[in-house]
Design a protein around this ligand. Sequence first.
Ligand code: ATP
Ligand code: AMP
Ligand code: MG
Length: 190
Amino acid sequence: MKLRVVVVGIPGVGKTTVLDKLSSRLDGARLVTFGSVMLEEAKRRKWVKERDEMRRLPVGRQRQLQGLAAARIARMADDVVLVDTHLFIRTREGFWPGLPYDVVRALKPTHLVLVEASPEEVSARRAADGARSRDAMTREELVEEAELGRSFLTVSSTLTGAPMLIVKNPEGRAESTADQLASLIRDVAK
Ligand code: ATP
Ligand code: AMP
Ligand code: MG
């Protein structure tokens, strides 16, 4: 069975870390970071220089980039495609869906995976990650983001019919989070 696994979670929860490990465990899986595809399109238009500037663009521009990325990813026909993305983006104009109907329809996920960690873990990971320009949040804002994630997830699941799996990525355990997903994907792909 061909699999298109869409992996989501709030910024700094560890999606990219877990997915890098997961893709190295799965022969022939293609890993695509939705934001990297958007970034290529944004740079081509000279709208931004780096990825963390994109969420500060007017939503209309972000929407254009999102549609272009979704169309490119939709054309990827590998047996297993792992998509690293977001359920929602915190923009100046408000929380904005990462998987509106046209996008999730184009991506055609067979599985939706929400990665979670405690607010304290996410806060510490954001603070420690010098590679990115992350927004500092209060504990309440992080709890709100986690709650919003679950509600956006149920919408994507209902729109697509894909099951929604919630996995924890506990401190120091990214390897075992990746192991858990790898064994599930191997079973389902048979
Ligand atoms: P974004 O949505 O902004 O791209 P992300 O969800 O992809 O964020 P990562 O970049 O993978 O998050 O991880 C954020 C930071 O947390 C990195 O410094 C990473 O090394 C660290 N990290 C990820 N998973 C764990 C873990 N299980 N334990 C400890 N640190 C972790
Ligand atoms: P990431 O490296 O996953 O944080 O992606 C970089 C940036 O791309 C994010 O901060 C968002 O601005 C943007 N992005 C990623 N996925 C989506 C999506 N599905 N919809 C809109 N923007 C997205
Ligand atoms: Mg990431």
